[in-house]
Design a protein. Sequence first.
Length: 143
Amino acid sequence: MGRRWTIQWSKGKENTTDAFFIRAMVFMVEQGFKNEFDDLDDKSWHVIVYDKETPIATGRVFQKNGGWHAGRICVMEDYRGKGVGRVVMENLEAKVRELGGDAIELSAQLDKKGFYERNGYQAQGEVYMDEHCPHIDMVKEIR
């Protein structure tokens, strides 16, 4: 059976119901984060990956201090390990290139560092806490 994933983009909070649902399920229900939604959602580009009609993954990119930052990258539990996260990253990187960017920074949960390294990101700086979870900053040149 072939993959039937489709991609949808939205800017700001328009048409982000599915993205916000995925984020709430993964970050709040599953992982226990409290501060999931913020003002950055208003100025972000949001990507949503669908399996037919089912929203299965999301992420966002936005400009910060002249550079591009990716975040809120997550995949619904039943779809992990199937390449969906890589699809999210490829689409976020393509969007930043399209918008004139040449690098992306992100704040990775420490236990997800290997995923980002496999996608070409390099750790920078020290580990720090975001709510209850250790994170590390990572960056990738995307020229």
